[in-house]
Design a protein. Structure first.
Length: 456
């Protein structure tokens, strides 16, 4: 069988399509690297806001006017100062100076008694841009923070985040958005715990959502406790992100490789008549079929490796370094965060996807044997994948738990996880996937062994 596999690989690597796919992979990765490394400032012109275009005596119209006027002022400030989207200055104008501008206009057009005082506060906030100190904002907020006894736990957590920013010199900006959202995640986490502890008969989708809230907050909180959180240095994925994005999903290019090679590897032998040459040699049909299945598996693995090399190389060039940091996962079996080696984590996720790889491959092979048409076999292969996407978003209740497309990905069950689809369990998924793989394999073998070659 080893010789058969070598011959199959030899034939495949003498086809132009394999090299075209490799070049396309490089081209797409390069284009994505260029696009993601560009900072888009979205400089869409905003027309000047004029009083005569609004009925300022109408309360609703006045609100619209003030809102539009504020947006225009923010646009002008950012444009004149030349602030980049991911800069602390941009963040300051968008999230902090915005409030001062709104207050100024409401004082000017509505609460006119305190206009001078409000205008002075705005001028002070605007002048701060001339001697901008991003960390001063964080330190001032920390020093002036007053704990409310009613929300003491929440406020103490806010202080914890501010202290972390000061310790690691992390200013407010789009590069540290997760830190900005930690208070929100904390509230979500507390609410999720309260629901889990007090509510009975929680539906599957709600339970998955609640567990995701807990996992998200706990992993971010773990980063703070262990000094692991850092600002993003680049818009492009790190080598770790690039590696995991490939290992955790079947990419479009991979899907194309699986379906196209699975549909053609046997049909071509019959269409060209070369199957007779194989059968003349001392090879059984069973060995021939298994050699072709193994060959497709090897091609998938090699293409997977090629994608990893290309994506990680692009990331290395853009970011100038390799990220080998551990992956943080929340393990529901032990109710705590654990650090997992990035290579191991990627391999575990890849193994969890193997049933999907095998089922897609075997369905396409079986169709190619039954209908003797590469085009139809490819259509069926893609059709199954499309159906799988639709099945996950359709509320099929108990029927959904029996669909093989809802049971072929085991990633959801990692670290004590549960499926987002009702009635889908690890045991049921394992049994359905295993049975289907055996049925597809045996069916393909029976049809291939009985296939007539006299008229070829």
């Amino acid at each position: 069988m080893t010789r058969l596999i070598k011959n199959e690989l030899f034939k495949i690597f003498h086809k132009k399509i394999i090299y075209i796919l490799m070049i396309i992979c490089v081209f797409m990765t390069t284009a994505l690297a260029i696009l993601q490394n560009i900072t888009f400032d979205f400089d869409f012109p905003i027309a000047e806001v004029k009083e005569e275009d609004y009925n300022l005596k109408n309360t609703e119209e006045l609100d619209y006017f003030i809102s539009d006027k504020t947006e225009y002022d923010i646009y002008q400030i950012i444009k004149e100062k030349g602030y980049k989207y991911d800069s602390p200055e941009y963040y300051y104008v968008e999230h902090m100076l915005r409030g001062k501008i709104l207050d100024k206009y409401y004082a000017q057009y509505q609460n006119k008694n305190n206009y001078a005082e409000v205008k002075a506060e705005y001028d002070k906030a605007y002048e701060f841009l001339d001697h901008f100190d991003a960390m001063k904002i964080v330190k001032d907020e920390r020093d002036s923070y007053v704990i409310n006894e009613v929300d003491k736990e929440h406020d103490l957590y806010d202080i914890k985040v501010l202290d972390y920013r000061i310790k690691h010199n992390i200013p407010y900006s789009s590069k540290s958005e997760e830190l900005d959202s930690l208070s929100y995640y904390y509230d979500n986490y507390k609410e999720a715990l309260d629901i889990l502890n007090n509510k009975k008969n929680i539906k599957n989708n709600e339970l998955v959502s609640l567990r995701e809230r807990i996992a998200t907050f706990k992993t971010l909180d773990y980063q703070l406790d262990h000094d692991l959180y850092h600002e993003k240095d680049s818009n492009y994925d790190t080598t770790k992100d690039a590696y995991l994005s490939i290992m955790k999903s079947i990419t479009f290019m991979e899907l194309f490789v699986i379906i196209v090679f699975s549909s053609t590897i046997i049909n071509e032998e019959f269409n060209k008549g070369t199957i007779k040459q194989l059968l003349v040699k001392p090879y059984t049909r069973t060995k021939i079929l298994f050699s072709k299945i193994i060959t497709v598996c090897i091609i998938i693995l090699l293409f997977q490796l090629w994608q990893i090399i290309v994506d990680c190389t692009a990331s290395l060039i853009v970011n100038g370094g390799i990220d080998t940091s551990s992956v943080l996962v929340y393990d529901f079996n032990i109710n705590s965060v654990k650090e997992v080696n990035v290579i191991l984590y990627g391999l575990i996720n890849f193994v969890c996807l193997l049933p999907k790889y095998l089922i897609l491959m075997l369905i396409t092979i079986l169709c190619s044997l039954l209908i003797n048409s590469n085009a139809l076999a490819i259509t069926v292969g893609y059709g199954v994948n499309v159906f799988a996407s639709l099945a996950t978003i359709m509320n099929l209740k108990m029927v959904g738990g029996l669909l093989f497309t809802n049971c072929w990905n085991f990633q959801e069950f990692l670290y004590g996880g549960i499926s987002s689809i009702p009635y889908v369990t690890f045991t049921k998924s394992f049994i359905i996937s295993l049975l289907l793989i055996v049925i597809l394999l045996v069916s393909s073998l029976l049809i291939f062994n009985k296939k007539d070659i006299k008229n070829i």
